[in-house]
Write a protein that binds this ligand. Structure first.
Ligand code: SF4
Ligand code: SF4
Length: 147
């Protein structure tokens, strides 16, 4: 079973409502050598598992090594039910270009799935229009509902 080891990308890139932590803000409990409250860390941190930790991709492609993490859109993923496509969100560890190994992995993922990164949507060209149409429709509905 995989372990996070020295990776702490999610403690930086994710917004965690329960901790009052905004996306891209390093959690102040993260010491650089691990979580300072590991034994008593909140439930949201205990339950969170990026796709790499769930066993996807290669062992060597841990988020801190490839420069980004990939997360599944939480179930029930209406996007998948309604479009038949997988939708992942990717979060970059540091702004700018991905390292070479990271770009290779990202391209590999985006060849078969729809992936968002930095507000852009990537995916197989034949499937992108359907995905974009769904995402636009959803954004418009959210706006209309004031959410
Ligand atoms: S990004 Fe994934 S591997 Fe890295 S610390 Fe978070 S859950 Fe663990
Ligand atoms: S509480 Fe610990 S595990 Fe949770 S985000 Fe902060 S440093 Fe990471």
């Amino acid at each position: 079973m995989r372990k996070c080891g020295t990776c702490s990308v999610c403690c930086l890139v994710l917004g965690i409502h329960e901790l009052g932590k905004n996306p891209g803000e390093r959690c102040w409990r993260q010491t650089g050598k691990g979580c300072s409250i590991y034994a008593t860390r909140p439930r949201v941190c205990r339950d969170w598992r990026c796709l790499w930790l769930q066993g996807r991709y290669l062992e060597a492609e841990r988020p801190d090594r490839v420069g980004f993490l990939v997360a599944e859109v939480p179930p029930p993923a209406r996007f998948t039910v309604e479009t038949g496509l997988a939708l992942f969100n990717a979060f970059r560890a540091v702004p700018g270009k991905l390292p070479e190994a990271g770009q290779e992995l990202f391209d590999k993922i985006a060849r078969k799935n729809i992936v968002t990164l930095d507000g852009r949507v990537y995916g197989p060209p034949a499937k992108l229009p359907k995905a974009l149409e769904w995402l636009d429709r959803e954004a418009a509905a959210e706006k209309a509902n004031g959410t």
